[in-house]
Design a protein around this ligand. Sequence first.
Ligand code: GCU
Length: 132
Amino acid sequence: PRPGRYEAEQARITQGAVESNHAGFSGTGFVNLDNVPGSALEFTVVETGTRDLTFGYANGTAAVRSMEVSVDDVRVGTLDFPPTGAWTTWRTLSLRATLGSRVRLVSLSAEGGPNLDYLDVGAAAGTGDQAE
Ligand code: GCU
């Protein structure tokens, strides 16, 4: 697997399920979070320092789905996942944050999150180091 990649199907799920019915995902499946506020996914990562966190996702609806992002229970931002056109069309959305062993995404609306495929932890900012 790609260095620094964490598959959603290996992460800790709160209100959701691992599924594989929409092709094009990385690994063995993706996570379909329940369509409720508070459904969540938590990745445990080994990298440290300031990194670009890139999430693979699909949103086959016409509406943005927003999630709060936290690192070790401290809020670091909000990601507004735009529609991708189909549940089989996978795109990425990123934010930069300082790690932290636990990267958590929490659904902010009644529609829940998008379908989530993976987290890629990028190289440490400014060092030229590769992701671990
Ligand atoms: C559809 C789709 C699911 C998706 C869901 C949603 O049911 O098949 O994969 O998670 O819509 O709206 O979240």
